[in-house]
Write a protein that binds this ligand. Structure first.
Ligand code: AMP
Ligand code: MG
Length: 328
């Protein structure tokens, strides 16, 4: 398969690009200090970014096809962000061109009564991707240590026994999440966690845009402004979650989100790099399977009508495209 591998130089460039965004496992994150939402990783022009995104998308398409064919690995993409950071647009742009049959997208909102009747990971476990699939979580089980932490009344609704609500609830949840992710990873599911890091000022501007452009009104709710008032609490909750749940097996990536075009480039690169690391291959047929195929070919060739190539794809007689239909 070596010939269709990415050239060493491009592979290295991709690796280095992505490494800058990764939260080093074990590091202590303070979002405001450590990560700049306006970072562009040296890509100064949007034009260059668009070209990079196209490259990333092309890689993803190719590797996603192999992932599906091999059906051994699955990929879970966790997308977390504050309002207006661009989760929906990112999914739309970055996944454009990828075979829709290989991708599932699930959004998570306020849990239903049925969901609250189960343990907190239950509803997410039901939506995990299958082997061969890329599953995107638009919000995820991380809300259980984010919105639930910022608004503790959510925890009260979870019908937990007394002991589970006492003490170091969040530390315990980080451990539980890390364990769960490790279990999934050990069983063939790669987890890619993306935090779209938007500045407070850009959020203000994007909210105004949603109000001022009538076509965007539907995207805005006054609840979003109420959440904005908890900005600092969210920054703390995100910093803490990134600190405790960026692991060797499931690291976090902080995606600078103030420039939408750059955010999409960065997400595309991280996903491409993940698929490259998995390096899925098309399943090889065994000698016996190959022999069986050759027998079937012989039978099909024998059925060719007069004057027609017995097998238009055989021995370089054809360019691989289907024969042109002729109308009588
Ligand atoms: P949106 O994604 O903008 O449509 O909004 C979904 C809403 O559901 C957000 O306000 C989230 O904070 C909320 N939400 C998502 N997951 C949870 C959860 N586990 N507990 C409570 N609220 C949640
Ligand atoms: Mg919203």
């Amino acid at each position: 398969m070596a010939e269709d591998r990415l050239p060493e130089k491009r592979r290295k460039r991709l690796e280095e690009f992505v490494a800058q965004l990764r939260v080093k496992p074990g590091s202590h994150v303070h979002l405001g200090r450590d990560f700049d939402p306006g970072f562009k990783a040296g890509v100064s022009k949007k034009k260059d970014g668009v070209a990079l995104l196209q490259e990333g998308i092309a890689l993803m398409c190719e590797y996603q096809a192999r992932l599906a064919a091999q059906s051994t690995w699955g990929v879970l993409v966790v997308l977390q962000a504050l309002d207006a950071a661009g989760k929906d647009g990112t999914i739309r742009h970055v996944m454009s061109g990828v075979n829709p049959q290989g991708v599932t997208v699930n959004g998570f909102k306020v849990p239903s009564a049925e969901e609250l009747g189960h343990d907190y990971l239950w509803r997410y476990a039901q939506r995990l991707p299958a082997r061969g699939q890329i599953g995107i979580f638009n919000r995820s089980y991380y809300e259980e240590v984010l919105v639930v932490r910022v608004h503790p009344e959510n925890l009260d609704r979870q019908k937990l026994p007394g002991a589970s609500k006492k003490g170091a609830v969040w530390k315990r949840r980080y451990r539980e999440i890390n364990d769960w992710e490790r279990y999934l990873t050990d069983n063939g599911f790669r987890i890619v966690k993306l935090f779209l890091n938007l500045s407070r000022e850009q959020q203000r501007v994007r909210f105004l845009r949603r109000i001022d452009l009538p076509d965007h009104n539907w995207k805005f709710s006054t609840a979003d402004v109420r959440e904005r008032e908890h900005w600092d609490a969210y920054q703390r909750a995100f910093s803490d979650a990134l600190t405790h749940t960026s692991t060797e097996w499931a690291p976090w990536y902080v995606i600078p989100a103030d420039h939408k075009w750059f955010e999409r480039v960065a997400v595309g690169m991280v996903l491409a790099q993940t698929l490259l690391e998995i390096d899925p291959g098309y399943p090889k047929v065994t000698k016996q399977q190959r022999e069986a195929l050759l027998e079937v070919r012989q039978a099909l060739e024998a059925q060719a009508p007069e004057g027609v190539a017995a097998d238009p794809f055989r021995d370089g007689q054809h360019d691989g495209k289907a024969p042109v239909e002729t109308t009588a």
